[in-house]
Design a binder for this molecule. Structure first.
Ligand code: NAI
Ligand code: MG
Length: 353
């Protein structure tokens, strides 16, 4: 009897509904080859459901996820719904309820994919953004006063706890120790005078437990410039929720396309299910045309397989994507090709088989 992994399948909105089924087929091919089973629990959560029923998900929805092994999500967001409503209605509650405090976003320049940066050699970028995913700048604390008047104001508080900061830093340091031994911290302690000096202090404190890791820190503004000018020098980059969000779109862009960038929302203690989703959103500008690149979703699936203990299957999925790219297989328009989502996914699945 094969091992069975029970996975919540949430395509969500826009291109999520195109790339999730395509990626699920690739993962099915991996399961067949490596002798395990994926039992999908498909959920229609998202903006479509919100417009139809008034809620992104059922009232007891989150609890139904608690017993599953993982969550495989496409994207949420629809032009008919304000973005903060969709994000706070589904994605952020999942990340917080299940203490997915590490958002792991690898950025590699794969052979066969041109970087928009002329100076970067093929295969020359291999870094991981570790984004704090539960607190920081994305907080509900704050409010608005005197709406519609000259005195109108908005206040938003950032929340940085020692527990929350230390646990993501420890994850990032351990990852750096297992990779090339270099950790870069994104800060802005010159302008943000309470939370960011605290962040810097915690980096210095946790660093004492990892003498084998070389630590450096940059303010977020110049760090963004370094991502463009010398991305090849970075190994693990740890950042707060907002800074990590921005840096990981930038790292996706310099490695060729946001359509290639995967991510994992991890609960490292495995007390709760982790969630795997691409860095990109629902891409309403191309949704419904069948041309979205499914590779970010497929590579997110590989991260999920690795988390589930199927390391050989995960390696094989990543190798199949790399093979299609390196051997000039079909590619979607974001990579300069004219293939569709399904054709690319089929090419990856057959490279895998
Ligand atoms: P986006 O990532 O959806 O799109 C940005 C650009 O990248 C667009 O031009 C899009 O066509 C392109 N793109 C994205 N994924 C692609 C793929 N797989 N293949 C080819 N091209 C791709 O970001 P945007 O436009 O800022 O947001 C659109 C919606 O998605 C909004 O409602 C936003 O709130 C939501 N969003 C959701 C996220 C999530 O569910 N995790 C993350 C980011 C945005
Ligand atoms: Mg983002």
């Amino acid at each position: 009897m094969d091992v069975v992994h029970r996975i919540a399948l949430i395509p969500g909105d826009g291109i999520g509904r195109e790339v999730v089924p395509a990626a699920a087929e690739v993962l099915e091919a991996a399961a067949r080859r490596f002798g395990f089973a994926l039992r999908w629990e498909e959920l229609d959560w998202g903006c479509e459901r919100l417009l139809r029923t008034g809620a992104m998900l059922p009232a007891d929805g989150l609890e139904a996820l608690a017993d599953l092994d993982a969550i495989f999500l496409g994207a949420v967001g629809d032009p008919r719904v304000p973005d903060h409503v969709s994000l706070w209605g589904l994605l952020i509650p999942i990340r917080r309820r299940f203490r997915q405090y590490v958002n792991l976003r690898p950025a590699r320049l794969l052979p066969g994919v041109p970087s928009p940066l002329a100076a970067v050699p093929a295969g020359g970028i291999d870094m991981v953004i570790v984004r704090e995913n539960n607190e920081g700048e994305y907080s509900e604390i704050g409010g608005r006063l005197y709406p519609g008047t000259e005195e109108e104001m908005a206040v938003q508080e950032a929340v940085f706890t020692r527990r929350g900061v230390d646990r993501v830093l420890r994850y990032a340091f351990a990852l750096a120790a297992a990779r090339r031994g270099r950790l870069t911290s994104a800060t802005k302690s010159n302008g943000i005078v309470h939370t960011m000096p605290f962040w810097d202090e915690r980096v210095a404190a946790v660093a004492r437990d990892f003498p084998q890791v070389a630590v450096e820190q940059y303010h977020i503004d110049i760090l963004a410039a370094h991502f463009v000018q010398r991305p090849e020098r970075f190994d693990v980059v740890v950042a707060s929720n907002l800074f990590g969000d921005i840096l990981s779109d930038l790292s996706a862009a310099v490695t060729g396309s946001i359509g290639l960038a995967p991510s994992a929302n991890l609960n490292p203690e495995r007390e709760h299910p982790s969630m795997f989703e691409p860095v990109h959103g629902s891409a309403p500008d191309i949704a419904g045309r069948g041309i979205a690149n499914p590779m970010a979703q497929i590579l997110s699936g590989a991260m999920m397989l690795r988390h589930l203990g199927q390391a050989r299957a995960a390696d094989a999925v990543e190798a199949a994507v790399a093979q299609v790219l390196a051997e000039g297989g079909p590619r979607t328009p974001d990579l300069g090709g004219n293939a569709g989502t399904a054709e690319v996914a089929r090419a990856v699945a057959s490279a895998l088989a």
